[in-house]
Design a protein around this ligand. Structure first.
Ligand SMILES: Nc1ncnc2c1ncn2[C@@H]1O[C@H](COP(=O)(O)OP(=O)(O)O)[C@@H](O)[C@H]1O
Ligand SMILES: [Mg+2]
Length: 399
């Protein structure tokens, strides 16, 4: 049996969740004991099997990194379960049997099992398999992080429209990224993203920041709420608290969010105190939201020249509630104040804003000048050229 130290060294700093699926309590305990020396495994024991492989989600609702499946049940079910588990690319599937059956082994490996053990499982074999799982997990996380994109909405003044724009932009991205978008509300305390989207939430950003060492993909997935569009939402706390937000925990949250979601959208309110965190990493796209008012443009000027002057395309200025007819300043003056031209103009759309309040339907879900502008922003953000009129299929080629 491996020592505790050796086990931890094998898996490095990676923390993995493991589900042992076996109907036999004695065998389950035996497998759990073989894993007991690995400190950074979170082990769950699952005693029931679904009658049909398609019902597996009800038994395994949480995303596990490793599933250790006993395949001594009906071979057809074992095969179907293996295939079903293999459809989730996050799971590293290990199977074990009390019998040595070459034919079954080959069949299960072809169906997606990565490791095959004979019960009782040899400690050395399982430790090598765990090391392979940890390595694969590390590579997959790095790849996911590298391909994920972070969009941060920051206002030059409260009431500029940061929440409206961030929430609707995120919805537009989520609709076509098959739920692969997370919206985080940093407008602490009492941010109103959830209210704007008409959803109730149990957990918040505060829970995600509380235990940075424990935060991983699995924990994050239990903290988010889901909008019917497929958008995941990490809301702001609904209570005031004296506790300061630990800035290094924000970096951890940003990293885990990037591993878990293709697009991460942040409502940063007017929180320039978050500038030193990973939210404003140079790879993040910052949308600086302003209106064409004296205070807003003055603040925008100071913010661009002080904090963002080194940014090129990663700073996008958004003029919200834009009404060309009653502009106090002309375009040239606005660009001078901003030190560069604004990339986006979101029309003042009182009717759409009122309809949102009355029907609790987010703006971007109903066709209007504002929803068209927001969809164009979202498409461009996803690296696409702006299409013509095919609204439903806007992002189809993203998949
Ligand atoms: N483009 C727009 N047209 C009309 N009303 C808007 C627009 N953008 C925002 N609003 C309205 O302005 C108010 C403040 O917006 P909000 O998104 O809460 O601002 P912030 O989050 O910056 O404080 C809300 O009532 C919202 O409906
Ligand atoms: Mg807000």
């Amino acid at each position: 049996m491996l020592t505790d130290r050796a086990g931890s060294e094998f898996l490095g700093r990676v923390s993995l969740s493991v589900a042992i699926m076996d109907s036999d309590a004695h065998r389950r305990a035996n497998v759990a004991a073989a894993l007991a020396d690995f400190r950074n495994l979170q082990i769950s024991q699952i005693s029931s099997f679904p009658i049909r492989a398609a019902d597996l989600d009800q038994i395994l609702p949480d995303p596990y990194n490793i599933v250790l499946l006993n395949v001594d049940c009906d071979p057809a079910l074992a095969f179907a379960l293996t295939e079903q588990l293999n459809t989730n690319p996050q799971i590293y599937l290990m199977v074990y049997s009390s019998r040595v059956d070459m034919k079954l082994t080959v069949q299960l490996m072809r169906a997606g099992a990565r490791e095959f053990f004979v019960f009782p499982i040899d400690a050395h074999e399982i430790s090598s398999a765990l090391a392979r799982a940890a390595e694969r997990y590390t590579i997959a996380s790095q790849e996911a992080r590298a391909s994920s994109r972070l969009f941060v909405f920051l206002g030059t003044k409260g009431g500029c429209g940061v929440t409206t724009l961030a929430a609707n932009f995120a919805l537009a991205l989520a609709q076509e990224s098959e739920g692969n978008t997370l919206l985080v509300d940093f407008g602490l305390p009492l941010g109103d993203v959830a209210i704007n989207l008409g959803i109730t939430t149990e957990y918040s950003v505060r829970n995600a920041l509380q235990y940075p060492d424990r935060l991983d993909h699995r924990l994050l997935s239990t903290l988010v709420a889901h909008h019917s569009s497929g958008l995941s939402v990490l809301a702001s706390p609904s209570e005031f608290s004296d506790a300061a937000m630990p800035l290094d925990s924000i970096d951890r949250l940003v990293a885990v969010a990037a591993e878990s979601y293709r697009f991460v959208v942040v409502d940063a309110g007017s929180r320039i105190d978050l500038l030193g965190t990973a939210l404003f990493d140079k790879s993040a796209i910052i949308y600086l939201v302003t209106q064409v008012g004296i205070t807003e443009l003055f603040n925008a000027n100071r913010m661009v020249s002080k904090f963002f002057f080194t940014r090129d395309q990663t700073l996008q200025i958004v003029l919200n509630r834009y009404k060309p007819s009653d502009l106090v300043f002309d375009e040239k003056k606005i660009s001078e104040a901003l030190t560069r031209p604004a990339q986006w103009k979101i029309p003042d759309d009182y009717a759409a804003a009122r309809r949102t309040r009355e029907t609790a339907t987010p703006m971007v879900l109903i066709d209007s000048p504002i929803s068209r502008a927001l969809r164009d922003m979202a498409k461009s953000a996803a690296g696409l050229t702006i299409g013509k009129s095919d609204r439903k299929g806007l992002f189809r080629f993203l998949r």
